[in-house]
Design a protein around this ligand. Structure first.
Ligand code: AMP
Length: 214
């Protein structure tokens, strides 16, 4: 099964991606995570992506497409497919991906659209804290760690993403509505989208996702 998980910033893509990849044994590719990792290591890709990601703008398509193509070439084949999180985010990326994969076993089968009203997203984003060590995601408003700033799972310090502030969020939402919403509409026309009401308790959302995948 090959899945795109799509939605606005703060819609729960990252949180549920971890559960989906464990439950269904999928390769998880998060383009945002790859950019952040490259930025923190100072690689050439990181240098190209830095100013875009930190201000909330999209990294240019040719950079992103080349990076995804590279990941797809190197997927470990013992898994049951992939979960692409944060890609495609523009119609040009969707077209490039289709050209690359149509007619192969890497073509996408399902698009999950995580739907959350815009007004809910701000608190989700500005309250988000992530453990750099184990990847666990907390939120100071909705899912606070037992000890402030410390991961409940592994005891490492929590950090806030550079782009999780109100100014970058505004840009990210603008990018989402201008560039990414049309990608969902494109796959809707092809009858491939399952909408998930992601404005609910996590325990209510998970069965909807599992049902869509099964
Ligand atoms: P995310 O972690 O998915 O919220 O992505 C964080 C940032 O990485 C975005 O705001 C963009 O700057 C960049 N990014 C991630 N995925 C893409 C993509 N498919 N196309 C362009 N930029 C991306």
């Amino acid at each position: 099964m090959n899945i795109f998980i799509m939605g606005a910033p703060g819609s729960g893509k990252g949180t549920f991606s971890s559960r989906i990849k464990e439950e269904f044994n999928l390769n998880h590719i998060s383009t945002g995570d790859i950019f952040r990792e490259n930025i923190s290591k100072g690689t050439p890709l990181g240098l190209k992506a830095k100013e875009y990601t930190e201000s909330g703008r999209l990294v240019p398509d040719e950079v992103t497409n080349a990076m995804v193509a590279d990941y797809l070439k190197n997927l470990p084949d013992q898994k049951n497919g992939y979960l692409l999180d944060g890609y495609p985010r523009t119609l040009d990326q969707a077209k490039a991906f289709e050209e690359m994969t149509n007619g192969t076993d890497q073509a996408v089968n399902l698009i999950l659209s995580m739907d959350v009203p815009t007004e809910v997203l701000t608190k989700r984003i500005t309250g988000r804290r992530t453990c750099k060590n184990c990847g666990e995601i907390f939120n100071i408003y909705y899912k606070a760690p037992a000890q402030e700033g410390i991961c409940d799972h592994c005891g490492s310090p929590l950090s806030q993403r550079k782009d999780d502030n109100e100014e970058s969020l505004k840009t990210r939402l603008d990018e989402y509505f201008k560039n990414t919403a049309p990608v969902i509409a494109h796959y809707e026309d092809l009858g491939m989208v399952t909408h998930i009401n992601a404005d609910q308790e996590m325990d209510a959302i998970w069965p909807l996702i599992k049902e869509a995948i099964q």
